[in-house]
Ligand binder design. Structure first.
Ligand SMILES: [Zn+2]
Length: 393
């Protein structure tokens, strides 16, 4: 059996093919520059033996190559070299058409065997590399470190305070009512005893949608709507919600939240107002908080008062650590809500019996939340900073 068709290294290493020895065709994985291992001339007998020998040499060569593959990228290079579309197995198979039809099945069968063998070797090595990579990762992995927790949503602090305030009044027997943010001039002003020339109707304060329609400047229109719907006393409601005014600084926002309340019945007096609102304030800020009522003015109540609580930062002392308390500016008191006995003109506007009496009150939710949580700038509530809001979860 001649071997003149073999290229030199194959002839040298493998000897003659009829001894059935398979030997490395070349060491391409190691980067050696070697010629094509296959015979260039047509000789069926030699070609069959040659192709089978070339196929059989692939497995041991792959094994040696895999020994040098210490990471997955090198492994992929070797896979392409041996099993790729233009890889060494494919190159050998490209010679198959040169064989006679009788010879092809034997080589084809061998090729399938070798291909399966190469895949098995390759997969086993890949598995080993992945396992050792995982092991190396686990030695670096510190199971005692805190995990990455997912963000959890929570109620906005304004919503939390709104709910807390409403729940205190619900416990006192009040209904919570909700209403429109775009209101008629009648519900927002006229029915509440705001004369046409009242300063609160000034364009500087009120956001007009058009003549006769405004963005509500308070939630009091719900008092009017509730009385119109109920037609006669008794009535006890609180109305929470967004209100709008042209104002924006550290303690004012063009949109803010109010809760207003109304209690109407026969024989309601200033004593009921004082008792109810004192109970509410102490429920919200604690039983020890000081409460005082100061005369004031609102168009829809007479008499009117503002309610102050003793400063929750300095406990009403006006000073903290020897310095003037910044929250109450040294006065020891914080204004918390406005209130008063409902003006008879309001009953007249909604068709209530003028014999009935009652009181109304209102407070800003942001102000309560700022005092409750010690927040200095009202705008923080509306900037949607998750790190700020997350503190109230
Ligand atoms: Zn203070």
């Amino acid at each position: 059996m001649g071997n003149s068709y073999f290229y030199p290294s194959l002839a040298r290493d493998a000897g003659t093919c009829d001894r059935g020895q398979a030997a490395p065709l070349h060491g391409a994985y190691a980067g050696e520059n070697v010629p094509n291992p296959l015979p260039q001339e047509r000789n069926n007998q030699v070609s069959v033996m040659n192709l089978i020998a070339a196929l059989e040499s692939l497995a041991p060569e792959l094994e040696r190559g895999l020994d040098q593959a210490l990471d997955l990228s090198k492994l992929e290079e070797i896979r392409v070299e041996f099993l790729g579309r233009k890889g060494r197995l494919a190159q050998i198979m490209a010679r198959l058409p040169e064989l006679s039809p009788e010879e092809k099945p034997a080589v084809g069968k061998k090729a399938n065997e070798i291909k399966a063998r190469l895949n098995t070797l390759f997969d086993a090595h890949k598995h080993t590399l992945e396992k050792s990579g995982e092991k190396a990762y686990l030695t670096r992995f510190d199971a005692t470190l805190p995990g990455a927790l997912p963000w959890l949503g929570s109620m906005h602090p304004i919503s939390q305070v709104t709910e807390e305030i409403c729940s205190v009044f619900e416990a006192l027997g009040y209904d919570v009512v909700d209403g429109l943010e775009v209101e008629t001039d009648f519900h927002n002003f006229q029915a509440l005893n705001f004369p046409k020339d009242h300063p609160a109707r000034d364009m500087q304060d009120t956001l007009y949608v058009n003549e006769g329609v405004v963005l509500r400047t308070h939630t009091s229109p719900m008092q009017v709507r509730s009385m119109l719907a109920r037609k006669a006393p008794p009535l006890a409601i609180v109305a929470p919600g967004k209100v709008y005014r042209r104002d924006s600084d550290m303690t004012h926002s063009p949109m803010f939240h109010q809760i207003e309340g109304l209690l109407v019945d026969k024989g309601i007096s200033l004593r009921d107002l004082r008792g109810s609102l004192t109970a509410f304030v102490r429920r919200l800020f604690g039983p020890a908080v000081g409460v005082r009522f100061r005369p004031s003015f609102f168009p829809f109540t007479e008499p009117s008062a503002e309610v102050d609580i003793s400063c929750i930062m300095c406990s009403g002392k006006g000073a903290l650590h020897g310095e003037t308390c910044r929250v109450c500016k040294g006065t020891g008191w914080l204004e918390i809500l406005g209130c008063g006995m409902v003006d008879p003109n309001v009953y007249k506007a909604v068709g209530f019996d003028e014999e009935c009496t009652g009181f109304a009150f209102g407070l800003g939710v942001e102000r309560v939340a700022m005092l409750k949580y010690g927040i200095g700038d009202l705008r923080l509530f509306f900037e949607n900073n998750v790190r700020f809001l997350g503190q109230f979860a």
